[in-house]
Design a protein around this ligand. Structure first.
Ligand SMILES: NC(=O)c1ccc[n+]([C@@H]2O[C@H](COP(=O)([O-])OP(=O)(O)OC[C@H]3O[C@@H](n4cnc5c(N)ncnc54)[C@H](OP(=O)(O)O)[C@@H]3O)[C@@H](O)[C@H]2O)c1
Length: 290
């Protein structure tokens, strides 16, 4: 029987979940290619025994080069962990179309294109695992998170169709759906939100409220429910090792509770609940002009 490559390629390993996954899988004995758009951030992982590559998921040539380099040495990428991503926050009216394009290019197009690049060899060896980082935001669109949610809803949609299409070739597709996980993710998104909120905007105080609500998910009483990057890495390892991987794995940050609430409540009741957590933009601007 021909040898099957179970080499793991992970995107976005400079920090957070990608880094923790590269560490955990390397320690567990997997042959890991950790990638980042700034390869200089991967030195420590190299010290652990990971191979490292530059890979920017918005750059076609960099994706092609990275996959070719694994295929040339190992025959195939056996496991692809599509982790790279970021959160674009802000009200729809004031968030530019370019910001939306960039969000989708990184979180959706990049993941999809990389998947296309690894599939021919996975099909040829009749074995593969594709692990996509979704989010609870792929199930619930919260105020101020429209573009990020749009990207993660798309990750859900593409993963569901892909799972059906590639199963007959021995390739399993799993979605990881984390709730709040303590990484640099939320702070980076909030910094962008602060920088893009213009003086005099009718959404100024609303944005402050959105920022407060997002921070609350990671700090204080609610933050106690937030998971660690390694909690997610552990679930990813489980999905890779499973003989029949599940289509979805939920992890951390009250993800299951939030999803159950969303399923149970009709839209009107859900909006009411959200109004108790987020300031109303209209009421805020009315207050300003009184
Ligand atoms: N943290 C959470 O609460 C949470 C919850 C649900 C889902 N997730 C998802 O989990 C994944 C990882 O997030 P994280 O929490 O680990 O955040 P993080 O610590 O901010 O890490 C994000 C990683 O993505 C990389 N990245 C961004 N744009 C890229 C690009 N164009 N090409 C290649 N890499 C790029 C970043 O690289 P740079 O360092 O170069 O920016 C970084 O390595 C994301 O898909 C996120 O949506 C996170």
């Amino acid at each position: 029987m021909a040898l099957v490559s179970n080499v793991v390629l992970i995107t976005g390993c400079s920090t957070g979940i990608g880094r923790a996954t590269a560490e955990r899988l390397t320690r567990a004995g997997f042959d890991v290619f950790a990638t980042a758009r700034r390869p200089e951030t991967l030195e420590e992982l190299e010290g652990l025994g990971c191979r490292t590559l530059g890979l920017d998921v918005t750059d076609e040539q960099s994706m092609v080069r990275a996959v070719r380099s694994v295929v040339d040495t190992k025959g195939a990428v056996g496991v692809l962990v599509n982790n790279a991503g970021y959160g674009e926050y802000g009200p729809v009216e004031e968030s530019s179309a370019d910001a939306l394009r960039q969000q989708l290019e990184t979180n959706v197009v990049g993941m999809t294109r990389l998947t296309q690049l690894v599939l021919p060899q996975m099909r040829a060896q009749r074995w593969g695992r594709i692990i996509n980082l979704g989010s609870i935001s792929g199930k619930i669109s919260l105020p101020g998170c429209a573009y990020y949610s749009a990207s993660k809803y798309a990750v859900e949609a593409i993963s569901d169709a892909l799972r059906f299409e590639v199963r007959p070739f021995g390739v399993a597709v799993s979605l990881i759906e984390p709730g709040a996980i303590k990484t640099a993710f939320d702070e980076a998104g909030l910094a962008r939100l602060r920088a893009s909120t213009r003086e005099g905007s009718p959404y100024k105080r609303y944005n402050d409220g959105v920022a407060k609500a997002i921070s609350a998910a990671y700090e204080g009483a609610m933050g106690k429910m937030a998971g660690s990057p390694d909690d997610v890495a552990r679930v990813i390892e489980r999905a890779i090792r499973a003989r029949r991987p599940r289509s979805r794995y939920r992890v951390g940050g009250g993800a299951s509770l939030m999803l159950a609430t969303r399923k149970l409540l009709p839209d009107r009741a859900m909006d009411l609940l959200l109004r108790s957590q987020f300031p109303s933009p209209a009421r805020v601007s009315d207050e300003r002009t009184d």
